[in-house]
Design a protein around this ligand. Structure first.
Ligand code: FAD
Length: 460
């Protein structure tokens, strides 16, 4: 519960229209894209200025209220579930692109800017912001930085963190902290941005983000390779990487996902294929031609039945729209969809795919798999109904098995979706007890009252 006097204080600070105390409103902010139980926050506030954001954090700190910052709530690890109640701070009122600097190739943004809007604004100036999570049509840059989100182009261009030049953020007292700069190089002070990227709202609240931009590649070629055996597709992925070709994108879809996506979006995908690889190479025109023919040779050498090249931009867009629709297409099939994020060294993809098949049959579950195969980042997606208790316990056992397998193969619990609440109890398995304690000491030093997104990543 938050008293009337404190609510009035927030209203004075942010305006009555930006403070939500009604139960119905608060329900909207009680859950996110993870399959976890909702928790009702005591209050939801929506600052529209930097000052309002900082003073909101300060008010929470003074009153020892937990703070959960929320961009679009699309994270898949429970990062925006207000696990200890308190205040949800929504950032969609902080949605200004403050600067796009074409001479020095950077941009300054507020945290609530939607990723795709930013990418389009940058592209209209002939520049490129590569990180492109599948959720980019709604996700925010603040959420992307806090999760260190990846995307379809991670293989060649890296992830969000690779584009963060600098940050300013509010600490647990609502004081502004600055790190990094508008320059490509900056070693002034501790690398606090390195600590904040991927911190999932547990160490500070982003106010401004300085992002690196690059020139748009001059040419691109998208290809779709069709396989009658998923093992051959996986071997082609390893083959492309081993051949030292770096496509911008190298995505895998299994037959179950292909059918679901085709049913959903009618993009003309071959529904009888056991697996598809969606590949894009980009760069200088001559390099693109050479890379494309090497990719084709590897795919054919590994048994691709056919390889289709997108001839027009519209054809290319259709392929990528189809890929981006994978999760939505699968989500339509059953009431509950659990999207996992197991990531393995790329040479281990064939082994991981075999294990996923074995896990699906051992636990009698439907698992569709797609993902950023070029990064080793697979998204086994379990289709289920959480109300079916018996099945749900098999799902939980299968998730444990997927993590165990990924770790056994030298991989990680999360390639891009973060730890949040969902995977917090597994983190020690990947790291060590000392790692958790060390991280907790950092958290305690920076946030002694434990108000910033308590319970996430490292538990309590
Ligand atoms: C259909 C779909 C496809 C997806 N595809 C991808 C993908 O390809 N790659 C990928 O990496 N992820 C993907 N995701 C996951 C998700 O979209 C990303 O994690 C994204 O970065 C979350 O952005 P958001 O704005 O929704 O953040 P939220 O979900 O609102 O927040 C995420 C975390 O960031 C924190 N946070 C938000 N704003 C701030 C701030 N200003 N300061 C400090 N902390 C903050 C929150 O507290 C929370 O811990 C997908 C999700 C969906 C539903």
């Amino acid at each position: 519960m938050i008293g009337r006097a404190l609510i009035a204080e927030f209203e004075k600070l942010l305006g009555r229209d930006n403070v939500f105390a009604d139960e119905a409103d608060r329900h909207t902010y009680s859950y996110d894209a993870a399959v976890l139980d909702p928790v009702l926050p005591a209050l939801v506030v929506r600052p529209t200025s930097s000052e309002g954001l900082g003073r909101s954090v300060r008010l929470c700190g003074e009153n020892a209220l937990p703070v959960t910052v929320r961009g679009a709530g699309t994270n898949l690890s429970g990062g925006t579930i207000p696990a200890r109640g308190g205040v949800v701070i929504v950032t969609n009122g902080l949605n200004r692109i403050l600067e796009i600097n074409e001479a020095d190739l950077y941009a300054v943004v507020e945290p609530g800017v939607v990723t795709a809007r930013f990418a389009a604004a940058v592209e209209s100036r002939g520049l490129f912001y590569p990180p492109d999570p599948g959720s980019q049509a709604v996700s925010t840059l603040g959420g992307n930085v806090a999760e260190n989100a990846g995307g379809l182009r991670g293989l060649k261009y890296g992830v969000t963190g690779d584009y963060v030049l600098g940050l300013s953020f509010f600490d647990a007292n609502g004081e502004i902290v600055k790190t990094g700069a508008r320059t490509v190089k900056c070693v002034a002070g501790y690398n606090l941005a390195g600590l904040m990227v991927g911190s999932e709202g547990t160490l500070g609240v982003f106010d401004r983000i300085i992002l690196k931009l690059i020139p748009i590649p001059a040419a691109r070629k998208a290809m779709l390779a069709v396989f009658d055996d998923i093992a051959k597709a996986c071997e082609a992925v390893s083959g492309i990487i081993a051949d030292k070709i770096v496509p911008a994108t190298l995505e895998l879809m299994d037959n179950f996902t292909i059918r679901a996506v085709e049913d959903y979006g009618h993009a003309g995908l071959p529904v009888d294929a056991a697996a598809l690889l969606l590949i894009e190479v980009d760069g200088h025109a001559a390099q693109v031609e050479e890379d494309a023919s090497r990719v084709e040779a590897v795919c054919r050498g590994r048994g691709a039945m056919s390889l289709r090249v997108a001839r027009t931009a519209a054809e290319r867009d259709k392929v990528w729209e189809a890929r981006r629709a994978a999760l939505s297409a699968l989500a339509k099939l059953k009431p509950t969809v659990v999207l996992e994020d197991a990531t393995v060294p790329r040479s281990k993809i064939p082994a991981m795919m075999n294990s996923l098949e074995a896990i699906a049959s051992r636990y009698r579950l439907t698992i569709g798999t797609f993902g950023h195969a070029g990064d080793g980042n697979l998204h086994p997606t379990i289709l289920t109904d959480r109300r079916d208790r018996a099945e749900w316990s098999r799902v939980e056992a299968a998730i444990d098995a997927i993590f165990d397998e990924a770790l056994k193969l030298g991989g990680t619990l999360s390639g891009e979706h973060g730890i949040g609440l969902a995977k917090s109890r597994f983190l020690e398995k990947e790291t060590s007890r000392a790692t958790i304690l060390y991280s907790r000491r950092i958290k305690t030093a920076l946030d002694p009252k434990n108000i910033l997104n308590p319970g996430k990543i490292i538990g309590e």
